[in-house]
Design a protein around this ligand. Structure first.
Ligand SMILES: *[C@@H]1O[C@H](CO)[C@@H](O)[C@H](O)[C@H]1NC(C)=O
Ligand SMILES: *[C@@H]1O[C@H](CO)[C@@H](O)[C@H](O)[C@H]1NC(C)=O
Ligand SMILES: *[C@@H]1O[C@H](CO)[C@@H](O)[C@H](O)[C@H]1NC(C)=O
Ligand SMILES: *[C@@H]1O[C@H](CO)[C@@H](O)[C@H](O)[C@H]1NC(C)=O
Ligand SMILES: *[C@@H]1O[C@H](CO)[C@@H](O)[C@H](O)[C@H]1NC(C)=O
Ligand SMILES: *[C@@H]1O[C@H](CO)[C@@H](O)[C@H](O)[C@H]1NC(C)=O
Ligand SMILES: *[C@@H]1O[C@H](CO)[C@@H](O)[C@H](O)[C@H]1NC(C)=O
Ligand SMILES: *[C@@H]1O[C@H](CO)[C@@H](O)[C@H](O)[C@H]1NC(C)=O
Ligand SMILES: *[C@@H]1O[C@H](CO)[C@@H](O)[C@H](O)[C@H]1NC(C)=O
Ligand SMILES: *[C@@H]1O[C@H](CO)[C@@H](O)[C@H](O)[C@H]1NC(C)=O
Ligand SMILES: *[C@@H]1O[C@H](CO)[C@@H](O)[C@H](O)[C@H]1NC(C)=O
Ligand SMILES: *[C@@H]1O[C@H](CO)[C@@H](O)[C@H](O)[C@H]1NC(C)=O
Length: 784
């Protein structure tokens, strides 16, 4: 040991200052955005740059862009995809000079992580999300903030799209996925039975029951009244409640046991009966809040519960409809006005003619409605079904007809429309539905319910009621596609989707084409089929060479400007190329060597590697040369050397058999490789593959000594570096060749420091292999 150290001292000069790559753009060390690695134990690494935050590349010349959750990617486990920390979220390209993502149209955010809300450009040229008639909210925001039915807000939605998919929460009076449509007046259908909602409030004094003080506030649908004095009259409480914009008309009665009617009676308590005259259906419960210094207690009873103070009084669940155009008209979404069916007109909200505009009243000039106008088109008996002028009729001459002439009138006065027609009078055509791209997530029996099915045009398009077709959002770019706007559209270059180097695929197809290996190197079957987006979110599946089997074409394809470098394409439009990978020439490493121990004396085995689609068949009696030939037929293996471990001439030269043991050295595939995968089901005996030397050569783009040109997949090597040789035997540290990977370092750049480092490496390698340390063994290594 001491002696060897002496040899090092004598032969090799003292280490010089580190020579790190010079930036190819500005000729500064590490481009001025990094420094030479210090305190590294791997020999040679001290000649490489450690880049400042936000920079990358061997010379730190490349800016890193912001990252987000991938919109589209390969599943890594069953139903697990949309990885986090993906540059530009796979929906844009990184500008390496500015470090900014250039996003696909329709996406925004620094990492293209956010879908824009439906957008219009108004007359003044301003871009307005949701047409200025609604709020643009993420799925997460919608889940916590929006709840139109009750005051119990805040469902926690935390799926991959929680902060990615945005949609419009329209202001009151507006509707549609982009808030471009108008809501129509709502009302009760007077032809169906229904009762008003009744809720009770028991109010009494606390402490000394004979007297109260303080105030009480009532809450309804997220709004709160001003504090109401404990001794308010019914008229005053009604005034406070109707001052809320969520309450139109209530009727109040106080039951106090015959005394003067005040809100909270001192001795017997008050039971307040609140009847909702305009709010329809099952109305959410009122809620109370009382200042802690007040001497009042109050309880609300709803949904059939009886008063605690006066059990004879019960609440009632409202069953009146609260529907647009009272089920007796068609809403014109452009104007927000109801077009009433024959015989119906606007009501007063209580079934009589009035100003509401809801088709909730029988027209007085149609008082003979029940007898005359309606009959069963099928059998000509009288039956009052709605009559309307069909929206889908092209001719203005088309007459009004029972069930618009395309439905059968049922005994319960409803139309059974032919398939494809909708509306209570079958007056319009139905548009296709899909899972909503955006909606309000809600808890449903312990699990989150979001992206619900049955959304017209998937809530990302407008339904044309005259034709029953969806007009998917188009704002100059196409992000949604399909009959029901249910698919994410793939980017196209004007002619075809995904350009020349890819095809449009769903997340489910991506998973099928991905490559996931088990720890032992076997290819795992990974599917992505359960999540809501499996067949909806689509992206460009780029052409690839090795390892990725294309189920459509049943083949793998090989391309590339260099003899052995296959250009795989990448990027959200598949316009960016991967560059050849290779061994970092600043460091030294060895090839992977695996051993095959096969004791079989009959049969054959199949072997494959790194998920290559087809395996090769090897008979037990094969010799090393045949195994080598077969292995090199595997699509993911370029060059291996198979050797017997013993050169004993008398040993049987089959690879299998008692005591037989061969090694496979990978000469083209760099790095720590997965094991060869053998299928021994046809083998008469056992076979084992083990790693005997872990590959330590790097396998990185442009060998960490060049910059990848993503337009053509070619490396621009830093000064002094050239394409390396493809087949590099175990002890080699590199040679010029056709690999295109910048892994060869020209001797002109190799200073004494480089030779020093190589010497140290060779020395440690000799120790590693247990050989005697002599100048000869070290020179033997250096001279190969
Ligand atoms: C070098 O690394 C060692 C071990 O990781 C550490 O203790 C030491 O502080 C480092 N020195 C410098 C200068 O970073
Ligand atoms: C009600 O009376 C109590 C005791 O007399 C007093 O402490 C409290 O401040 C009063 N509350 C209000 C709201 O007046
Ligand atoms: C009233 O609100 C409180 C707190 O916000 C809640 O715990 C309670 O369930 C609500 N009561 C009703 C009847 O909604
Ligand atoms: C009933 O009155 C409405 C307008 O008030 C009118 O449009 C309709 O034609 C009338 N119908 C009959 C049968 O007179
Ligand atoms: C005609 O319709 C009436 C009421 O809808 C029904 O009771 C009757 O059975 C129908 N007659 C035929 C022949 O279908
Ligand atoms: C409606 O019509 C379809 C056929 O058009 C029929 O299968 C269905 O049973 C009808 N529904 C009712 C409630 O009569
Ligand atoms: C995924 O699920 C399929 C069955 O649906 C199973 O065959 C496969 O092994 C699973 N893959 C992984 C990686 O668990
Ligand atoms: C790939 O296969 C799918 C069905 O599995 C088909 O819809 C699609 O058109 C095919 N694409 C190409 C490029 O052949
Ligand atoms: C090969 O496998 C056999 C049987 O398991 C074992 O006895 C033998 O030691 C193995 N040989 C080597 C070199 O690992
Ligand atoms: C083994 O390899 C042969 C030849 O490539 C192939 O025909 C056969 O299907 C393979 N068998 C298995 C089990 O993979
Ligand atoms: C050598 O291989 C042959 C088959 O080629 C076999 O018959 C023979 O038994 C083997 N000899 C030994 C010592 O394994
Ligand atoms: C292969 O490995 C397994 C477990 O590591 C061992 O049980 C078996 O004996 C080995 N067989 C051979 C032929 O080496």
């Amino acid at each position: 040991m001491r002696c060897a150290a002496g040899v090092v001292g004598v032969l090799w000069v003292v280490r010089l200052a580190a020579a790190c790559p010079i930036g190819y753009l500005n000729m500064r060390i590490c481009s001025g955005h990094g420094h030479c690695a210090t305190n590294v134990t791997t020999i040679g690494l001290d000649e490489s740059c450690v880049c400042d935050d936000g920079f990358s590349g061997p010379d730190c010349s490349q800016r890193i862009c912001p990252s987000g959750r991938a919109w589209v990617d390969f599943a890594t486990a069953n139903d697990t995809a949309h990885a986090d920390y993906v540059e530009c979220s796979n929906m844009g390209y990184c500008d390496r000079v500015t470090g900014e993502c250039i996003c696909r149209e329709g996406l925004s955010g620094s990492a293209c992580q956010r879908l824009l809300c439906p957008t219009v450009v108004d007359e003044l040229g301003r871009v307005r999300e949701c047409r200025g008639a609604g709020k643009c909210l993420s799925m997460r925001e919608a889940a916590t903030q929006l709840d139109l039915d009750s005051v119990s807000w805040s469902t926690n939605y935390d799926e991959w799209d929680a902060d990615a998919i945005y949609g419009c929460a329209c202001d009151e009076g507006f509707t549609g996925f982009d808030c471009s449509e108008r809501e129509c007046p709502r009302g009760d259908d007077p032809l169906t039975p229904g009762v008003d909602e009744v809720q009770l409030i028991d109010c009494r004094c606390t402490g000394d029951a004979s007297w109260c003080n303080g105030t009480i506030a009532l809450h309804f649908r997220g709004q709160r009244t001003d504090p109401i004095p404990y001794d308010a009259t019914p008229e005053l409480v009604e005034y406070y409640l109707e001052a809320l914009s969520t309450i139109t008309d209530v009727d109040l009665r106080f039951h106090t046991g015959g005394r003067d009617a005040v809100f909270c009676d001192g001795q017997l308590g008050t039971t307040v009966v609140v009847t909702f005259l305009a709010e329809r259906g099952d109305v959410p419960s009122l809620n109370v809040s009382i200042d802690s210094s007040s001497h009042i207690a109050a309880t609300v009873f709803a949904d059939g519960a009886s008063s605690a103070l006066r059990p004879g009084i019960s609440s009632v669940t409202g069953t009146k409809e609260w529907v647009e155009c009272s089920n007796h008209g068609t809403c014109d979404r452009a104007t927000g006005m109801c077009g009433c069916y024959t015989g119906w007109t606007t009501s007063d909200g209580r079934g009589n003619e009035g100003p509401v505009g809801d088709c909730g009243a029988l027209a007085s000039n149609y008082s003979d409605y029940q007898r005359v106008f309606f009959y069963n088109a099928a059998n000509s008996t009288e039956s009052p079904c709605p009559i309307a002028k069909p929206r889908w009729a092209i001719s203005t001459l088309t007459a009004r007809a029972v069930c618009s002439g395309v439905g059968v009138c049922l005994p319960d006065r409803t139309c059974n429309c032919s398939i494809g027609y909708g509306g209570h009078a079958c007056e319009f055509r139905i548009c296709p539905t899909g899972h909503a791209w955006w909606d309000t997530a809600a808890m449903n029996g312990g699990s989150i319910d979001a992206h619900r099915s049955g959304a017209v045009c998937s809530n990302r398009g407008t339904c044309d009621l005259t034709s029953g077709t969806c007009n998917c959002e188009t704002s100059g770019y196409k992000l949604f596609d399909g009959e029901a706007c249910e698919l994410m559209a793939c980017p196209d270059d004007g002619d075809n989707e995904c350009g020349k180097h890819g095809r449009c695929a769903t997340m489910a197809e991506f998973a099928k084409n991905g490559l996931v290996l088990s720890a032992s190197g076997a290819k795992l079957i990974v599917r992505y089929s359960e999540p809501w987006d499996a067949y909806k979110v689509r992206g460009c599946l780029c052409d690839a060479s090795e390892g990725v089997w294309d189920y459509n074409t049943s083949s793998t394809s090989y391309r590339g400007p260099f003899a052995y470098a296959y250009t795989d394409w990448t990027g959200y439009t598949c316009e960016q190329a991967f560059c050849p990978t290779g061994d970092n020439p600043f460091t030294w490493g060895v090839n992977e060597v695996q051993a095959i121990n096969c004791t079989a004396r009959g049969g054959s085995f199949n072997v494959t590697f790194r998920g290559a689609h087809e395996s090769v068949l090897v008979p037990w009696w094969a010799e090393a040369a045949k195994l080598e030939l077969e292995l090199e037929k595997v699509a993911t293996i370029r060059d291996v050397t198979v050797s017997y471990t013993s050169n004993n001439a008398s040993s049987n030269k089959t690879i299998c058999g008692d005591g037989q043991f061969v090694t496979v050295e990978f000469e083209s595939e760099r790095g720590d490789l997965p094991l060869l995968v053998v299928d021994d089901s046809q083998l008469d005996g056992a076979i084992n593959v083990t790693e005997i030397i872990r590959g330590t050569k790097e396998d990185v783009e442009c060998s960490a000594a060049g910059i990848c040109n993503r337009d053509n997949g070619q490396c621009t090597c830093l000064d002094g570096f050239y394409s390396g040789r493809d087949v590099v035997p175990f002890r080699y540290y590199g040679a010029a060749g056709q690999r295109g990977d910048c892994s060869f370092r020209h001797s002109s750049t190799k200073g004494s420091k480089w030779w020093n480092a190589l010497y140290e490496y060779s020395y440690s390698f000799v120790l590693l292999r247990g050989e005697a340390v002599t100048e000869l063994t070290i020179f033997d290594l250096l001279n190969v």
